[in-house]
Design a protein around this ligand. Sequence first.
Ligand SMILES: [Zn+2]
Length: 395
Amino acid sequence: MVTRAPAKADRAEPPDKADAPPRLDLDAARLPWLQEPLARTLASQRSHALLVSGLSGVGQLAFALALAKSWLCETPMDDRPQRLACGRCASCHLVDERSHPDLRLIVPEALRGDVGLDADEAGEGDGEGKSEGKSEGKSKKAKPSQEIKVDQIRAAIGFSELTAGRGRIKVLVLHPAEALNGISANALLKTLEEPPGTLRFVLSTAEPQSLLPTIRSRCQLVALPRPDPVATTAWLGEQGVDRPEVMLAASGEQPLIALAMHQAGLDAAAWLALPERVAAGDVAAFSGWGLPQLVQTLQKLCHDRLLVSVGAPPRYFAGARLAPGDVARLSAWAADLRRQARHADHPYNAGLAVEALLAQAREASAMANLNNANSRAGAASARQRPAGGPIHSRP
Ligand SMILES: [Zn+2]
């Protein structure tokens, strides 16, 4: 079950580059649950600006790019079922290569590599980073920004005012729209309201309510439905995911996240063993985990233990042994985890943070352990303790 070699120390460390999961598959043609919403959106489009809202692990960015690809496709409409991109013409290839002259994909610097843009070129093509004055040759130490900065929006507006390179329309895709800071959002408003020429927008977001009302009101909202779990379970199985139903639940029914967890080396058995390893304060189990992933996983565990404590079935850890606990104590833990989540991006002293998080998890469970001491003692002797290596490097 655990295939990855243990890390150097039994503390969470940033994953090595070699451990990074493969690039996200952003080709909607390979994500079957997106086809029907895509065709429906292309048929019902009535605005130059679409706001796609949906969970990122469902494929909202793939969906946004597929819209752009369909608009830019150069195969005659009569030869394209449901107006979908043909996937074969020169324009479609350029979109896949992220080098279409009439498509600009705007993401925070931190996401560039994930979406197929050259991570080292931030500031070259999109105007970002030049004003930071931080580049020291190749060894730029500044942490990549999680925001879409105003320089990027200004560059995009400049792009939108040029004549379309292939003579058709131009498309701006912004992802995720909630990464627009206040200044960027305001800089975008005018162009969104009065786009030059044949410019179209796709904004994709997991948090439409967090956007400026003036941004939302200028867009046609496209809500991406949660895909049918039967279909996504089957799809995960085709991708080689063992016990895909467990991994789909672990991901919160977000198939792309479930696949990423699998690709990072996490399997169903390790996932289901995780509550016990947390309860045991097993720091080594989380060696190589990033802090944000650990906090998020503990949030799922806390969420499920709260459910179990009120007699409801768990959502993320269905099939795992979950001890009910004291609701007040677990609620306090949940609140602590929310606070941690806000700061989990700061990687300082990650090892100590992991220890503190697991100590906190045990503290939240202390009362449950007392209450359930007898039943747990019996259960513990009856089952094998999970192996001692790290569960995986990156959930
Ligand atoms: Zn095409």
